[in-house]
Design a binder for this molecule. Structure first.
Ligand SMILES: Cc1cc2nc3c(=O)[nH]c(=O)nc-3n(C[C@H](O)[C@H](O)[C@H](O)COP(=O)(O)OP(=O)(O)OC[C@H]3O[C@@H](n4cnc5c(N)ncnc54)[C@H](O)[C@@H]3O)c2cc1C
Length: 473
């Protein structure tokens, strides 16, 4: 019998893994392989924090496979070359893998399929990253959805897919000593020092999911917008990104945790489900409109004349804008590789609509620093915030950073955690310390680098120059 190669990518787990399950259920030996592809795992395709988390997740996968008697083969280089080499070394003719929808991955998968076919092999790719992919959910006119709410409504009418079972013990192990690198040999040599990585691996992901579904999810509706709370959201995004948590597992376990509709906690569960569907939504947007990775979904906005300066961008990156909630959020990102969703929206609105700097600049900065950096969600979130994307917040809805701070960090607890200069500032001034210039000077915190009211007007004018402004304004 010929072995089957399972090519891991964004599915670093042995449970609920579609392609791996399919390879194993065929009864032949499996050769699990991860190819450290420097093109896709290097900048700008993968940020350094996310790359390090991936390497740690890979180490955990290797251990989990070994416990079942499978040996993970790690290679470095171009997948079509390495997979062909492995096909020759093992006598396999089939390579199984799970699909990824990022444009570069799509091209790469195509190249691998062609290279294998030219050599008598076959690439079988499976849907695994999402429950519903690409063109599986379409509007009544057979086009992909570009607005979330009707997409989610349609998504909910469909039958759920059950998670796949855990991989079984190795059978018919492949003979010979296949060359493999160690995880340490491919791990980035200088991971960003300050980042607080979540525990990596499938076990850690399932434990986090379990803990969240025991309590956090039931108060998600009231807690999810408050960044000072460390457990207001699940913090599962890094695991969903590298696939140490399977999406069918997340949905299935949520369904089991769901209280009776209308019962206590059911609203929180429903809203958390919405978030998982946002993930589905942005993946299908990226699959159907790959241009959103770099360009505005609404192409007229590619003509926007962004006028912010390099100095302003540097102040935003460093958390030195003089707007406490923005600065606290950016300093938290720089120090930990993490930013709460509410803060992502606030700083993205501030960069694009107050500083008038293009969303692409912010998107790249996030991509480099976030542990959960994910092309579909990041470009989706940035274009939503900038008002240039599918389902975008209209460009004339401009967050006021001080009011956002007052609403979602009312006591200034999060601000004081990350902007220690403001520790002694009274709560009624914490969002707007510049109202008391003497106090501001004493705590050595910068004055606002722009005036929100002035910039709001400039932002509207910038958008107006390339499109319609609604008559109600
Ligand atoms: C400007 C901006 C940039 C973003 N960049 C990323 C990114 O690079 N990677 C990333 O995973 N998410 C990104 N998001 C979405 C969201 O902020 C994070 O998914 C969320 O903060 C992760 O925290 P959590 O796991 O505790 O989420 P929870 O609130 O517990 O939600 C559960 C899961 O649902 C998914 N999810 C939640 N919100 C969204 C959303 N708006 N879009 C897509 N999926 C969502 C995530 O997989 C998340 O883990 C971005 C949002 C914005 C506004």
């Amino acid at each position: 019998m010929r072995p089957i190669i399972h090519w891991f990518w964004r599915d670093l787990r042995i449970t609920d893994n579609t392609a791996l399950h399919s390879a194993y259920s065929r009864g032949e030996a499996i050769v699990p392989v991860f190819i450290w592809d420097d093109t896709l795992l290097g900048w700008p395709h993968t940020g350094s924090a996310a790359r390090t988390f991936l390497a740690r997740s890979l180490a955990s996968l290797e251990k989990n496979l070994a416990q079942l008697g499978h040996r993970l083969i790690i290679r470095r280089g171009s997948p079509e070359v390495e997979l062909l080499r492995l096909v020759r070394e093992t006598g396999a003719t089939e390579v199984h893998t799970n699909r990824d929808y990022e444009p570069q991955s799509v091209v790469r998968e195509q190249r691998v399929a062609e290279a294998l076919a030219a050599n008598g092999g076959l690439l079988r790719s499976y849907k695994d990253l999402v429950v519903w992919e690409g063109r599986e959910i379409l509007t009544g006119s057979e086009t992909p959805y570009t607005v979330y709410t009707p997409y989610a409504k349609s998504w909910r009418t469909r039958t759920r897919q059950d998670p796949w079972p855990k991989l079984g013990p190795a059978k018919n192990p492949v003979r010979g000593n296949l060359p493999s690198l160690s995880v340490a040999e491919v791990t980035p040599s200088a991971p960003p020092a300050a980042v607080h990585y979540p525990l990596a691996g499938e076990h850690a992901a399932l434990e986090s999911l379990k803990a969240f579904l025991l309590s956090g999810v039931f108060k998600y509706d009231t807690a999810r917008d408050f960044p000072a709370l460390t457990d207001g959201t699940s913090r599962l995004s890094p695991h969903l990104r590298v696939g140490t948590l399977g999406i069918r597992t997340a949905f299935a376990r949520l369904t089991s945790a769901f209280p009776a509709e209308g019962g206590p906690g059911s609203v929180g569960c429903r809203i958390w489900e919405n978030e998982l569907i946002w993930r589905e939504f942005y993946n299908q947007v990226l699959a159907n409109f790959p241009q959103v990775a770099t360009a505005c979904f609404r192409s007229e906005y590619d003509r926007l004349k962004w006028s912010g300066t390099r100095g302003q961008f540097a102040a935003w990156c460093a958390g030195q804008t003089g707007y406490p909630i923005v600065d606290a959020a950016m300093r938290c990102l720089n120090a930990t590789g993490w930013m709460h969703n509410r803060l992502r929206m606030i700083v993205a609105s501030f960069l694009t609509k107050d500083l008038l700097i293009s969303w692409q600049e912010g998107e790249r900065y996030f991509y480099e620093h976030l542990v959960d950096a994910d092309l579909a969600a990041n470009t989706g979130g940035w274009q939503w915030s900038a008002g240039t994307g599918t389902d975008a917040a209209p460009y004339f809805r401009i967050f006021n950073p001080a009011s956002q701070g007052a609403k979602f960090d009312p006591e200034g607890e999060f601000i004081r955690r990350w902007v220690p200069e403001l520790k002694g500032i009274p709560t009624d001034l914490i969002q707007t310390p510049s109202e008391n210039p003497l106090l501001l000077a004493r705590c050595k915190y910068p004055a606002p680098i722009v005036d929100h009211a002035v910039q709001r007007g400039r932002c509207l004018a910038m958008f107006k120059a390339v499109g319609e402004v609604p008559s109600k304004l």
